[in-house]
Design a protein around this ligand. Structure first.
Ligand code: C5P
Length: 420
């Protein structure tokens, strides 16, 4: 395999215990055909020696901005122009803060400021540092930049003995993210990527809220913005899928490459989905479908003659459960947005609706303290699925707080890995 053939990657290594894993990362990148230039911060040298990286990458690891010899070879601006991608793994809180605020006081942070290349950041730090408000504010600010992508951190046991989010994502996972990122970047710049992993697959996606009319001027709905669903549409397109979007009313613009149907009510969404489902390989239901609708729509505006008004509601059909009950059902992925007891409700839906995967998120606040849910640009997701080989074995994965677009890419990665 040579997914990174002719790609030039700057690997930034900061001073954290996870730096020992960066050596393995260099090996994996090189194996995929990339040229790797390691740029270390001063404190990274306390954990791994430059010689290790030199031996693995075949290039002298750079660590100083004002190194006359190195600058005479390839100056730092030349290095910036050379790079197709900058990956920082591990990225410490200190380096993340510098990059966020434009402090260019060492070679790595200077390169980041001077570069237009995609920047993939793999944070690694103590879990308290990761959830610290300053850190989370910085991450949110950084993720607003088009070129920046976050990978991890994973949650689990930490070198310091704590347990929680802050572990560097594994090198194999980082390698996959580099490949996808470079592929989608190549596509954005007009070169068709050769290895589109969902090419030939048709994906039907529901998104947004539904609107249930009460009378000609009033309706019931919910706070879904559609942002998560539309981001998944884009991520699936980026992987070469043929995407059909059935959306409730939102202010968003559907990606031009998607076939787009706007509907209003749950019943309309149900009908449209069933008109289209036969040809779908994958069904992703992100829509926040209203559970109930008024038994009858009143034709004229209801007058406020009484102090109380009783509205009789009837249950809407469950679009996702109905699709998952089809004899030739596509792969079915549902969403569970909950305010409490997220995991239990999600697992209940996985089983009750006969789904292949459920994507859960807490409406309100993520594990790391960021705002999540309906209207924001960021989210945190927990995926649950049954091992396809042994349906009794439950698998789970946390996709930490990030922009909805980034999470959509990571979700599509998981779908590709698991089910194609
Ligand atoms: O049962 P609940 O509404 O919490 O389930 C959420 C999941 O089911 C989401 O994937 C949502 O899009 C889907 N759903 C649906 N039709 C409904 C209700 C929910 O497709 N009527």
């Amino acid at each position: 395999m040579s997914d990174l053939k002719n790609k030039n990657i700057i690997l930034g290594v900061c001073g954290g215990i996870a730096a020992y894993k960066s050596a393995e990362l260099v090996r994996l990148l090189i194996k995929q055909g990339a040229q790797v230039q390691v740029v270390m911060t001063h404190s990274a040298g306390e954990f791994v020696t430059p010689l290790t990286f030199q031996a693995l990458s075949g290039r002298v690891a750079r660590d100083t901005l004002f190194d006359l010899d190195a600058e005479a070879g390839m100056g730092h601006i030349e290095l910036v122009r050379w790079a197709d991608l900058i990956l920082i793994a591990p990225a410490t809180a200190n380096t993340i803060a510098k990059i966020t605020h434009g402090i260019a006081d060492n070679l790595l942070s200077t390169i980041c400021m001077a570069s237009k290349a995609p920047l993939l950041i793999a944070p690694a730090m103590n879990q308290q540092m990761w959830i610290n408000a300053a850190m989370q504010d910085n991450i949110k600010m950084l993720l607003r930049r088009q070129t920046v992508t976050l990978c991890g951190p994973a949650a689990g046991e930490q070198a310091c003995g704590d347990t929680g989010p802050g572990r560097m994502e594994e090198p194999a996972q980082l390698l996959k993210r580099c490949i996808t990122l470079l592929k989608s970047n190549q596509q954005l710049s007009g070169n068709q990527s050769p290895g589109k992993r969902l090419k030939g697959k048709k994906i039907l996606i529901t998104a947004g809220p539904t609107i249930e009319d009460i009378d000609p001027v009033r309706y019931m709905s919910n706070r879904s913005s559609g942002k998560m669903g539309y981001a998944i549409v884009q991520a699936a397109i980026d992987e070469g899928a043929e995407v059909v979007l059935v959306s409730g009313p939102t202010v968003l613009t559907a990606p031009a490459q998607a076939e787009f149907f706007m509907v209003r009510s749950a019943l309309e969404m149900h009908d449209k989905v069933f008109e289209l489902i036969d040809s779908a390989d994958i069904f992703i239901a992100t829509a926040a479908v209203a559970d109930y609708r008024p038994v009858k729509k009143v034709e004229q505006k209801i007058k406020k003659n009484n102090t109380t008004l009783i509205l009789e509601l009837i249950k809407n059909p469950d679009i996702l459960a109905d699709v998952a009950a089809l004899a030739n059902k596509p792969l079915c992925i549902g969403f569970a947005a909950e305010t409490n007891d997220v995991k239990n409700y999600a697992l209940d839906k996985l089983k009750r609706k006969n789904l292949d995967m459920i994507v859960a998120n807490k409406v309100g606040e993520s594990q790391s303290g960021g705002n999540t849910g309906f209207e924001g640009d960021n989210n945190e997701l927990n995926l649950y699925w049954n091992n396809p080989a042994d349906r009794t074995e439950l698998r789970t994965k946390n996709l930490p707080y990030a922009s909805k677009y980034q999470l959509a890419g990571q979700l599509i990665d998981e779908i590709v890995l698991l089910f194609t």
